[in-house]
Write a protein that binds this ligand. Sequence first.
Ligand code: ATP
Ligand code: MG
Length: 228
Amino acid sequence: MSSIVSPLRLLLLGAPGSGKGTQTSKLLKRFPSINSLSSGDVLRSQIALNSPIGQEASGYIKMGRLVPDSTMVQLITSQLQQKNWLHSDATWLLDGFPRTAPQAQALNVILSESNANINMVVELDVDQSVILERIEARWVHLPSGRVYSLDYNPPKVPFKDDITGESLSKRDDDTAEVFQKRLDQYNSEIEPLKRFYEAQGTLHKISGNTSDIIFPKLETLILENFGK
Ligand code: ATP
Ligand code: MG
């Protein structure tokens, strides 16, 4: 089976519930050289720790609003440093950050200095009516960010994480009302963000209403550009 042979630094874009977390899990399984970082998971673990950033973030997240750009840039930059991801050989995947054009600009400066720019951006394009239908079925393992759907990707044991056996939970912001706000927020930020990466020549789009349709296309795209 073919594998990744040159450093891939991938950003997944997509509406809330479009399956970024699911695609990430599949990619990590398929390509063991990839490591991933999800801004939502980082924020949720800060909230669980009740850290100052967690306290600041939780109010925004509950309302379905974005955490301020400056907080996000600081938080994620320090994660990138801690993980030793700021060098030209690094292979990684970001999910959920950057998600505004100012975040993308700020990150671009930091990554350019380290010769570690994002070299592929993929927008997961899923019908928003489909997303709204399936969000109710979503359960997550909060410590790891693993995502399950009671409909099409159920855990092996009901309401338990496949790997740790710990309980799954619903995200507080996955209620119908907050979820619609998150979708609206996404729709208002995404165009400038896409233009930014389009100008860099890294933007791709994959359409499909299930993860099983999207994943093979994503795998092919990665292998065409970074594989052998
Ligand atoms: P999904 O996890 O279903 O793809 P999502 O992308 O909306 O949906 P997360 O990425 O888990 O969800 O983020 C949850 C919340 O955390 C967001 O609604 C927002 O409040 C905050 N957040 C996450 N990433 C960022 C970011 N880059 N900038 C600002 N706020 C963020
Ligand atoms: Mg997510």
